[in-house]
Design a protein around this ligand. Structure first.
Ligand code: PLP
Length: 396
């Protein structure tokens, strides 16, 4: 863009690249330079860029029908909902266009279930966690446990309480007469790639049962095979009442979904919630192709294998590097914790043609495609480790 002022609001700090083409785990910029993508948008293009299984379906749909209102039946929407229900613990699905909208729907459904179905309007409070991220609408940024996303947006909606992550005793103390739900990420993505402890997750699920609370899992980043299971809750032997999806669900086409147990159906009576574009023909076509491909090609299993491989490679290659702290994650959502700010190292890695992204100020996040080749992955890890090694050597 040079020096000319952009006509866009300046609400993004953008990296200095413009991509014009993508194929699998590779992207090309406007000068024809090739990059290896280990971030997938932000954990979105789980099948890589322009995956042919999805583009095929989209092309067919583009030539057939794009839009009718949700006042009519939409076969793709029914089909995607059925696929998701058949492959999860949920019984019903609502489609929207983004993650924030999916979480907004979860918050509304939880409140309405207590108010209208249980007749307990005094129970509306939702407990979320420090360093969580749930979106940018007023309700979801209030649910988010990070002050920086709230600055300047007061007054914020009522009804959210924040607990320390991975601390079930502290959580239990916050449960009161007003509590209706607990909302949790099983790996905090934006908050720094922080996985929840298994014992903590099991306690949270027990506390929900014991106190009659809804367990809402935000699987917007952890869902769609990313962590080595189709949905991350499968790692923990628990079932949420509600969970949300977005990022990887449409392979890059905008789509969000709220999935829930049968008892919650009656809280969303006709007219109680909706979305003009939610579940449209195109994004649900992409969703169907994405889920079918993940299941047919056993991509969650592949994510688990590649994830353990990356972890052990990084542990070995970075073990003596003084700039590196904890390496953590689940499946193909991995954080390299640093003892220094991540920004400068990330721009050096970008300069070497490998795309990674931060998760908070001191973490390099890797979220490669579930279809990335071993050769590409090795090349990417080699670049990251050599940049970190050079920086450590220069720091001595
Ligand atoms: C990205 C993200 C969101 C917000 O999704 P949008 O599509 O940007 O609204 C919410 N929760 C989590 C865990 C996310 O990673």
């Amino acid at each position: 863009m040079g020096e000319a002022q952009s006509a866009l609001f300046p609400n993004y700090a953008r990296y200095p690249f413009t991509f014009v083409k993508g194929d699998g785990s590779r992207l090309w910029d406007e000068h024809g330079k090739e990059y290896l993508d280990l971030m997938c948008g932000l954990a979105v293009t789980n099948l890589g860029h322009a995956p042919k299984q999805v583009t095929q379906r989209l092309k067919e749909q583009v030539d057939t029908l794009w839009h009718t209102s949700n006042l009519f039946h939409i076969p793709n929407q029914e089909k995607l909902a059925q696929l998701l229900v058949d492959n999860s613990c949920a019984d019903a699905v609502f489609f929207c266009n983004s993650g924030a909208e999916a979480n907004e729907a979860a918050i509304k459904l939880a409140r309405r279930y207590f108010n209208k179905v249980l007749g307990q309007p005094q129970r509306y409070e939702i407990i979320t966690f420090d360093m969580s991220f749930h979106g940018r609408t007023l309700a979801t940024l209030t649910a988010t446990g990070q002050d920086k996303v709230k600055e300047g947006f007061a007054p914020l909606p009522e009804g959210f309480v924040y607990a320390p992550y991975n601390d079930a005793d502290a959580l239990e103390k916050l449960i009161g007469d007003r509590t209706c739900a607990i909302m949790l990420e099983l790996v905090q993505g934006e908050g720094g790639v922080n996985p929840a402890d298994t014992a903590f997750v099991k306690r949270v699920a027990e506390l929900c049962k014991q106190h009659g609370l809804l367990l809402i899992l935000d699987e917007i980043q952890t869902g769609m095979g990313r962590t080595g299971k189709l949905f991350a809750y499968e790692h923990y032997g628990i079932e949420p009442d509600l969970f949300t999806l977005a990022k990887g669900l449409g392979s890059g086409m905008p789509i969000g979904a709220l999935l829930g147990k049968a008892k919650l159906r009656e809280a969303f009576t006709a007219g109680s919630h909706g979305s003009t574009f939610g579940g449209n023909y195109l994004s649900t076509a992409a969703g169907i192709a994405t889920v079918e491909t993940m299941l047919a090609e056993k991509l969650p299993e592949r994510a688990a294998e590649l994830g353990s491989y990356i972890m052990s490679e990084l542990q070995t290659k970075l073990t003596d590097n003084p700039l590196v702290g904890q390496i953590r994650g689940l499946g193909l959502l991995i954080g390299i914790g640093l003892t220094v700010p991540a920004a400068e190292l990330i721009s050096e890695i970008h300069g070497q043609g490998v795309l990674v992204v931060s998760a908070g100020p001191n973490v390099i996040r890797l979220a490669p495609s579930l279809l990335i080749s071993k050769e590409e992955l090795d090349r990417g890890l080699e670049t990251i480790c050599s940049v970190l090694a050079k920086k450590a050597a220069a720091a001595v």
